[in-house]
Design a protein around this ligand. Structure first.
Ligand code: URP
Ligand code: ZN
Ligand code: ZN
Ligand code: ZN
Length: 464
């Protein structure tokens, strides 16, 4: 048995902050004790955390490694993407296995296992993406829930690609109401957006900035409203992904105050970047094309407020990296052909810590949004998302006073730009343990592909 003690740090969970030592045996946390009590613990390794925070490893519930899109693939593989996640203090990802068009959901899940199983440096789970909802797929959902894939994303956007109509959505929600799955919704009115895209292109408006114009905030709000009503009719919970518009937040807030199990997620790009990035000269705006799109700055206040009131419950990255040089380029003459997505799996914890320093959220809320809440939401808690006896020893020793500058020069994501290039951050990951193993320490990487394990998840822990 291997015993590791983390000594002298401030242990922060979603509910408390205590100066304590943490004892790890093999891959599990076995004890937490105030420093005096822990004096006589024997250990094979002692990690000194004096002056540092000791927090549960990040849980990023929304990533797209190697995702096919518009004839290309998201640039991070499970190997490079989970290594970058580890550098940034994230020790669990949940990626999206896509049902291939005209094929079964099972084939999608098998394809994702083939990509991920020997390549991940940290633990990983899958959501399913439903792209073709019929009797077969609905039945498949039940079997996948039994195998630990307990959440499924659907799209009200992208007609002809991932789009589901309201009848398909209602049926999937009814199924989820029965089998305990959580439906995750990309809520944008894709039919209306496609009309506006066509009109923009016909008028010669091909630049990335038009991506932000055609994907109107009210079309996010309308779809969010519709998804909520459908979920009420179906009697199932709903999780709205990548919420960016004030008007969509208002829909979620109202449903929650009425007592419905409606949850919302936002992402760092909506909290820290604005639609103005899309107007950057020289096609650089393409770096910021994602959907839902970046919004005018005033939307950010609504998102921060909702994160404080828990009307938004989770911050995930929607990490979906496409290189500027040769992938975003596909849409140089037509913004609608720019692969959608922004890299960020490595930067989430640091960006949110910077918000702690700025007084926007508390330290405990930081831990909750980045780790505890996503672990609970997606059936991984208390194994993931907390520091407690019996939990996996996924632990980050975080230096709250260190300064760093985010840059593509120094990041570990396999993409040629950083969306936050040049941003100064207070705080930095010093050490990362994944199931008791030190995989990052003082600027060195000790992880390896294939050490990460597939996580069979339970149903949404917010409902029990
Ligand atoms: O632009 C984005 N968000 N790309 C990834 C796919 C999705 O809709 O989440
Ligand atoms: Zn989406
Ligand atoms: Zn509220
Ligand atoms: Zn996504």
């Amino acid at each position: 048995m291997r015993r590791t003690v983390i000594r002298g740090g401030l242990v922060i969970t979603a509910t408390e902050e205590i100066e304590a030592d943490v004892l790890v045996e093999d891959d599990t946390i076995v004890a937490i004790a105030t420093p005096g009590v822990a004096q006589d613990w024997t250990a094979d390794a002692v990690l000194d955390a004096t002056g540092h925070y000791v927090i549960p490893g990040g849980v990023d519930a929304h990533t797209h490694m190697e995702m096919p899109f518009g004839g290309t693939y998201a640039a991070d593989t499970f190997e490079t993407g989970t290594r970058a996640a580890a550098w940034g203090g994230t020790t669990t990802i949940i990626d999206f296995a896509i049902q291939p068009v005209g094929r079964t959901l099972r084939e999608g899940v098998e394809a994702w296992h083939a990509k991920a199983d020997d390549n991940c440096a940290i633990d990983y789970g899958f959501h399913g993406i439903l792209s073709d909802v019929g009797d077969g797929v609905l039945k498949e959902m039940d079997a996948l829930v039994d195998e630990g894939i307990t959440s499924f994303k659907m799209f009200m956007a992208y007609p002809g690609v991932f789009y589901s109509d309201d009848g398909q959505i209602l049926r999937a929600m009814q199924q989820a109401g029965d089998n305990g799955a959580l439906i995750m919704m990309h809520a944008e009115n894709g039919i209306a957006i496609d009309v506006l895209v066509r009109q923009a292109l016909d008028a010669g408006h091909t630049d990335p900035k038009y991506h932000g114009r055609v994907r109107h905030p009210l079309l996010e709000a309308e779809a969010t409203h519709r998804a909520i009503q459908l979920s009420k009719v179906a009697g199932s919970p709903l999780y709205v992904v990548h919420v960016s518009a004030t008007e969509a937040v208002a829909e979620i807030t109202r449903a929650r105050h009425e007592g419905f199990n409606v949850f919302g997620e936002t992402c760092p790009q909506y909290l820290f970047l604005t639609v103005d990035e899309l107007a950057a000269p020289g096609f650089e705006g393409a770096k910021y094309v994602c959907s839902t799109p970046l919004r005018p700055a005033d939307h950010q206040a609504s998102l921060w407020r909702a994160l404080r009131t828990d009307d938004l419950s989770v911050v995930s990255t929607d990490h979906c990296p496409f290189c500027f040089a040769d992938q975003k380029e596909l849409g140089r003459d037509d913004f609608s052909k720019i692969p959608n997505g922004i890299p960020g799996v490595e930067n989430r914890l640091d960006l949110l810590h910077d918000a702690v320093v700025a007084g926007r959220i508390s330290r405990r809320r930081w831990v909750e949004l980045a780790s505890t809440a996503p672990a609970r939401m997606f059936g991984l808690h208390p194994r993931k998302g907390t520091i407690a006896p019996g939990a996996d020893a996924d632990i980050v020793i975080y230096d709250p006073g260190a300064e760093q500058v985010l840059s593509a020069e120094t990041h570990h994501m396999n993409v040629d730009y950083n969306a936050y290039e040049g941003r100064r951050i207070t705080g930095r990951v010093r050490t990362v343990l994944s199931r008791g193993e030190v995989i990052v320490h003082d600027g060195e990487y000790h992880g390896r592909p294939g050490r990460g394990r597939f996580l069979r998840r339970e149903s949404c822990g917010y409902l029990s």
